[in-house]
Design a binder for this molecule. Structure first.
Ligand code: HEM
Length: 131
């Protein structure tokens, strides 16, 4: 009789480096909301939090870029995971450019896009574990 462990389909697992990088990117997006709250919320020194938000954006985009490299290196056979990780990176670049654009219309897209990015960032690790 065949052993269940030899006949079952191979488990499709997330890669720890990809999971860690996606997790740190998600934390970066969450913190961006905090820094925005601090510079919008009338603190004594909104300029500092504005700068923190700007540099936080650079760090978050860099983490998403590394997560995309990790997806291509370790999960290249998992097309939905690679595409979703690359999409997370692209949307964060768009988000950063919208933040830097000096226009109220851009801000009106910037905030809801951040929420869409957070949704993708939460969905991505679930998808990576599911296969
Ligand atoms: C809920 C989350 C977020 C909120 C509420 C938010 C809000 C804002 C607001 C109100 C501004 C000022 C825009 C202006 O003055 O014209 C801004 C600027 C900016 N945001 Fe965000 N943001 C969020 C997330 C993000 C994320 C995830 C990124 C990057 C990946 C980002 C990158 C930037 C950048 C680069 C600027 C311009 C900073 C500068 O000019 O020095 N933001 N954000």
């Amino acid at each position: 009789m065949a052993d269940a462990t030899t006949t079952a389909a191979p488990a499709r697992r997330a890669h720890p480096a990809h999971s860690a990088l996606v997790g740190l990117t998600t934390l970066g997006v969450l913190l961006q909301g905090l820094w925005a709250g601090l510079f919008l919320g009338g603190t004594d020194d909104p300029g500092t939090w504005y700068d923190v938000h700007k540099h936080g954006a650079e760090a978050t985009v860099a983490l998403a870029a590394l997560a995309t490299v990790a997806a291509f290196v370790w999960l290249r056979h998992r097309t939905p995971v690679v595409v979703a990780t690359a999409l997370l990176f692209v949307l964060l670049v768009v988000e950063m450019l919208l933040g830097l654009a000096d226009s109220s219309a851009a801000v009106a897209v910037h905030v809801p896009l951040a929420m869409l990015i957070m949704g993708l960032a939460v969905w991505l690790p679930v998808q990576a574990r599911r296969g």
